[in-house]
Every structure is written in C-alpha cells, then in structure tokens.
Write a protein that binds this ligand. Structure first.
Ligand SMILES: [Zn+2]
Ligand SMILES: [Zn+2]
Length: 440
C-alpha cells in the first residue's frame, strides 16, 4: 500500500514537471513492439554490409523511419541517413546508430547467421558479419523512434536520427560532419549514442561521466632508403635496418616521455619491405595505431612519432628530401568524453526510470575507440552522452566463470548478443533519455 501511494506521488510529480508518461506503460509498449523489432534485427543481422558500402542497410533504415513520419535524407557523407522530425519549439536532439558490419566469417551457430559475401573497397570479395552489434544499434534506433512518434504529445523540439556509415574505419562520422550535417539539418543541442557490449550482463545500462573511449590514430611511415645489392650494403642505405631502429625508438615514447600515470599505446602493427633475400630495398612501410586517454598525451605521442622517424633518418645520413615520411591523415578519432552536466542529468533519469539495479558504472578495460566524438567536438561543442548496453546473458557469464565455454567478444566470428534483453533495454534507456531532454 505504501509502495502504491509513493508511486502515485511520483507519477503526479513527474506530470507536474511536464514529463507526463508512465514508465511502466512505456515498458509495456516496447514489449508489444518487440516482435517487429526482432524481425528487423534478424533482417539486419542476416544482411550485413561493409564500411562505406552500407547501401541496402541505409535504404532499409531510411525506409523504416520514413514510414513513421520522419523526413529522411539518404547519402549524407556516403551512405549516411538523416531522419528529422520537428515537433514544436524545443531542443534538437541527435541520436546516432552506426550501420556497418565487419569482414568476418560468422561462426556463431545462430539460425540467422550471416552468409553474406561482399566485394570490399579494395576489390576483394570477403565474408561479412555484424560482429560488433551495429545491427542492434539500428534496431534500437528504430525502436526508439517508434516509441517517440507514438508519444509525440509528451515532447517538443526536433529529433535528428542519424544512421552513420563506417564506424569500424573511424571515417563515417567525420564524413557526415564534413558533408555539412549540421549546416544542412541544424546543430543539435545534445548528441546521444549507445553500443551493445558483449561480455556484459544483458540489459544493463553501463556508463560513466568523462572519458569513455580512447583516441585512436592510424599512422603510416614510409622509410626511404637507397637500393643496392645485398652483398654490397655500403653502396646503399638499408631501409629495413633504419625502420627497425625507428620501431624500437618509438617504444621510448610511452616508456620515457609520457607520464607513467597516463596510459598510451604506440603499436607498429605492420612492417613491409623488400622483394628478395639479396636486394636492399628502396623503402620500408610501417603502419601504426596510437591510443591515448587525453588529448595532450595524444598530441605529444603524434609529434614524438614524427620527430623520432625524421631524426632517425638524419642519423642514418639520409638527405633532407629522403627523410622518413610520416602520414597522420589515414584515420583518426579523438577521445570520447561524456559531458559531465548531461551525464549527471541522465544518470538521475536512469536511476528514477530504469532503477539503480539496472545500471552499472563503465570501467575502461582496453583502449578501444569510437568516432562518435566527431558529432560533439565541434565549435562550440555539443554535449554528448554515450552509453553501453550489456548484451550477454548472465548465465553465460556465470558459466564461463565456472570453467564453461568462453564468451566471445566483439569482432570475433563467434560474437553474438541476446537480442531481446539488449534491444529492449537500449530502447528503454534511449527513449527515457530523449523524453527528458525534450520534455514539455
Ligand atoms: Zn567494432
Ligand atoms: Zn562497434
């Protein structure tokens, strides 16, 4: 009885402040829409497309949103989808879902596993799989849109739903911004996104204020040499030896130049040179990934890579026009940082609506990266909030802990999530967040 009357007070309070909806009703509506969302998820899962090639995916996502009344534009920054709905005066809220699959051959054993092959942007045919859960993100976006359209009388402002290409190649968000996303469709007051998280309990909403993902920079270094016969090294300049020295010298950046309290990674993931045993080649190519949790550290690492590579070239006696060439323009994304005021506000909303037992604090365990910050790091910045939704049944996590089968992570051919609890939780969390930011 006490519980009921408290609930009645809580409902009347939220009506008084304008957020006139009952969370239980929303939950029931999501449950009754789940059949539709489940079919949509299966469709997306069975039909993955590679980064920059999400043509059919974006058409389907656009059609889903157009069918419920959004003004849809497809082809923004490549295959990007922008779906707008103006519902009176009020803030503009951007909700982003990424759309791309990965070049992975699915071995999940699911009845709806992908058997798709696609010719990639380099001309090779590869298997494709939604091995990162972007199918869940698109489904949650549509689920959220369907609820918000049904509840149009509960919010005011402009909804800006974004289907983003090429997150896996950290290029799609930048491409959409450079294609004039904000100039053409308006600048949002808030930007939101979610990511399903395998190896986290299904249905849990996981987030923290501040740093959420690391920065990531892909760097190419071409180390020039002077070709010669392998038996006459003194007549050339060996780029294999020089590039090897550079690889080792780069390791001093994190070890000796960055504060030991600041994480950083400089990984040389690829080293290619030469054609034959006895030929000193003309050049060596290095490919690096660089990660940091802080923009100042990031700048220091990138400047350090250039300094070391070029000066090692000088040490080797290369002329100024043959020094190693460092290319920082390949792919880059800054750190993803949740806005502290926005996080505080949505944390309160989640606690009230979803219940504290369904929330978890994000703990950074790797230096993974996201290109979502391209939507927020504009001038002036857009406050952003990015959260994870647990995707693995607790029973599977428990079984693994007790020596059972390992739970596959993202990008694995065995990757799978439990669609129902994660999609429902994703739609719930995103819907209550948007309703609060746009409440009447
Ligand atoms: Zn991924
Ligand atoms: Zn992903």
């Amino acid at each position: 009885m006490i519980k009921t009357s408290l609930l009645a007070i809580a409902v009347s309070l939220s009506m008084a402040s304008g957020g006139a909806y009952a969370y239980d009703d929303l939950k029931n509506d999501i449950a009754s829409d789940y059949g539709y969302l489940s079919d949509l998820f299966t469709h997306f899962h069975k039909n993955p497309e590679l980064s920059y090639l999400e043509n059919e995916t974006s058409k389907r996502l656009g059609a889903e949103l157009e069918a419920i009344g959004f003004d849809v534009t497809v082809g923004v920054g490549g295959t990007g989808v922008v779906a707008m709905m103006k519902n009176g005066e009020g803030p503009t809220v951007l909700v982003r879902a990424d759309m791309d699959g990965l070049p992975v051959q699915e071995r999940s054993g699911l009845s709806y596993a992908s058997t798709v092959k696609q010719v990639n942007t380099y001309g090779d045919e590869v298997s494709v799989m939604h091995a990162c859960g972007h199918d869940m993100h698109m489904t949650s976006l549509v689920g959220t849109a369907r609820r918000l359209v049904a509840m149009r009388d509960k919010w005011q402002g402009t909804l800006m739903l974004v289907g983003q290409p090429a997150e896996e190649r950290i290029g799609g968000a930048k491409a959409m911004i450079e294609d004039g996303l904000y100039e053409r469709f308006g600048r949002p007051d808030y930007a939101l996104a979610l990511h399903v998280a395998a190896r986290q309990p299904a249905g849990k909403i996981i987030y923290k204020s501040g740093l959420t993902y690391s920065s990531s920079d892909s760097v190419n270094i071409r180390v020039f040499g002077v070709g010669a016969h392998g038996a006459a090294p003194h007549t050339g300049k060996d780029p294999v030896v020089l590039a090897s020295q550079i690889v080792l010298a780069l390791q001093t950046l994190v070890a000796r130049e960055i504060s030991p309290l600041e994480p950083g990674v400089v990984t040389v993931g690829s080293f290619h040179s030469g054609t034959k045993h006895n030929i000193i080649s003309e050049y060596a190519d290095l490919q690096l990934t660089v990660r940091s949790n802080d923009e100042a550290v990031r700048a220091k690492l990138l400047a350090g890579i250039k300094r070391i590579a070029e000066n090692m070239g000088r040490v080797a006696g290369l002329p100024e026009d043959r020094l190693p060439k460092v290319d920082l323009s390949i792919a880059a994304t800054p750190t993803t940082v949740n806005d502290s005021d926005l996080t505080k506000r949505l944390d309160a909303v989640f606690k009230r609506e979803l219940g504290e037992e369904n929330l978890q604090t994000l703990v950074q365990t790797t230096m993974g990266a996201e290109d979502f910050p391209y939507f927020t790091r504009v001038n002036p910045p857009v406050p952003g909030f990015y959260f994870a939704v647990g995707g693995t049944p607790q029973a599977d996590l428990d079984a693994e802990k007790n020596g059972g089968p390992a739970v596959a992570g993202h990008h694995s051919p065995l990757f799978k999530i439990a669609p129902e609890p994660s999609i429902k939780a994703g739609v719930q969390a995103m819907t209550v967040a948007v309703l609060d930011l746009m409440k009447k």
